[in-house]
Write a protein that binds this ligand. Structure first.
Ligand SMILES: [Zn+2]
Length: 420
């Protein structure tokens, strides 16, 4: 018994080849943070956006670094990616390439998220509907090309087809100038409103338009998310927006507990009806709780963690991104992921931002598997959560068949590499 338990504690060795071949789902993936660097340079030229450097090496040195000093430096690159994506040709291309890059490393299901209003430029003919159609066209084009292949399909032994959903993000905050032409215009039109009313109005408009396009244009808009600075902009301010999504059967995730205490996670679950949590990092950092009403912070964290585990609410875990935006974590072994595993929380490994975090989903799995004890059965569970906890755009019967096939294909690959 002693031997068995000590071997359970040692990380199992999985090759990058195996990880790349196994089927995977990425449920936390920002379109505007996941461009190819070469394409960004190309796209910038097309729309005359000046970048700090016009070579891959230069951009790696100045903008998209392996490590960042703080969250501000991490977010710096988004001004450039968003600027080039306010062009429908660039936007469609970015969506297409994102699907292709995922398919190239065995990611057969993705949920792509972005804030449509950040990419709008109404004065130049880039409206909400145009943005949504451009993104969907890019993803659909990649899907149709891939799913036509003879080695892809739902029959036994075939690679699982590519499927995707779109998650629209509202922004927790944006400034009066410079976030996007749409937001800047909105502030000037609603000049007698206070800041938070303008932000809430934008979020409400976004969710109404999302539901309309899902229902009338049949776009696979499957979820709502809220992104941006947590501190000072708690999720409960967006309760009405989440209520609207909830009543219209749109699923919900919330960036919560990324840079704020566990009380923001509780709020996401109870006031915003979150079906999943983005990051949820501070769930196991009771010292970050700021709510003075919570006197026993340890007990609060323990109860909340148990609740989340028991309800099987999935946490979208983005390891590299957390290390980069929160340098105080230091070594990956200190990441709260270990507590999530120990407490049997449903976790789905995700990238967050492929470009800004210089990562891929396979790299994220490799990082997790190399540093934490995850035997094959546990790994298969984690992969399975990506297919079971996703916001699949089809009905439940289709979702189930797709998940079942993807997991059978996992076994095929595990067998090929001698794990079973
Ligand atoms: Zn994110």
């Amino acid at each position: 018994m002693a031997l068995a338990s000590s071997s359970r504690l040692a990380p199992t060795t999985y090759s990058l080849d195996f990880i790349r071949e196994m089927p995977k789902a990425d449920l936390h993936l920002h379109l505007d943070g996941s461009l190819r660097m070469e394409s960004l340079i190309d796209m910038a030229k097309r729309v005359n956006v000046k970048l700090p450097a016009d070579t891959v090496e230069g951009l790696k040195e100045q903008v998209f670094k392996p490590t960042y000093a703080n969250l501000g430096e991490y977010l710096n690159g988004f001004q450039y990616t968003c600027a080039v994506l306010r062009d429908l040709v660039n936007l469609e291309r970015a969506a297409f390439e994102l699907a292709e890059d995922n398919l190239a490393e065995g990611v057969n299901y993705i949920e792509v998220r972005f804030a449509p209003q950040l990419l709008m430029d109404p004065a130049n003919g880039v409206g909400f509907d145009d943005v949504m159609h451009a993104v969907n066209n890019g993803l659909l084009r990649a899907k149709q090309a891939y799913n036509r292949r003879s080695d892809v399909g739902l029959s036994p032994g075939l690679k699982p087809p590519f499927e995707y959903g779109i998650i629209n993000c509202a922004m927790r905050m944006f400034g009066k100038k410079g976030f996007s032409p749409y937001y800047t215009q909105l502030f000037s039109l609603l000049s007698d409103h206070d800041e938070i009313s303008v932000i809430k109005a934008a979020a409400m408009e976004m969710i109404r338009a999302s539901v309309r396009m899902r229902d009338e244009d049949n776009l696979p808009i499957v979820g709502l998310d809220i992104a941006g600075q947590e501190n000072g902009y708690p999720a409960h301010r967006f309760k009405e927006v989440y209520e609207y999504a909830h009543q219209n059967f749109l699923l919900k995730t919330v960036h919560a507990g990324e840079a704020y205490g566990a009380e923001s996670i509780f709020e996401a679950l109870t006031l915003c009806y979150a079906d999943r949590l983005g990051h949820g990092y501070s769930l196991f950092s009771p010292e970050l709780i700021e709510d003075p009403a919570i006197t026993d912070k340890e007990a609060y964290s323990t109860h909340l963690a148990s609740f989340i585990a028991d309800r099987r609410i999935a946490i979208e875990v983005c390891l590299t991104s957390n290390l980069q935006t929160n340098p105080t974590i230091g070594d990956i072994k200190n990441h709260n992921f270990r507590h999530m595993l120990d407490n049997r929380i449903v976790t789905v490994i995700c990238t967050d931002n492929r470009l800004v975090s210089s990562t891929t989903l396979s790299d994220e799995y490799k990082l997790a598997l190399d540093n934490f004890p995850i035997p094959l059965k546990r790994l298969k569970d984690m992969v399975a959560y990506g297919f079971k906890k996703n916001f699949f755009p089809g009905n439940y019967i289709k979702k189930r068949a797709y998940a079942k096939h993807s997991l059978e294909y996992f076994d095929t690959i595990a067998r090929k590499y001698g794990f079973i």
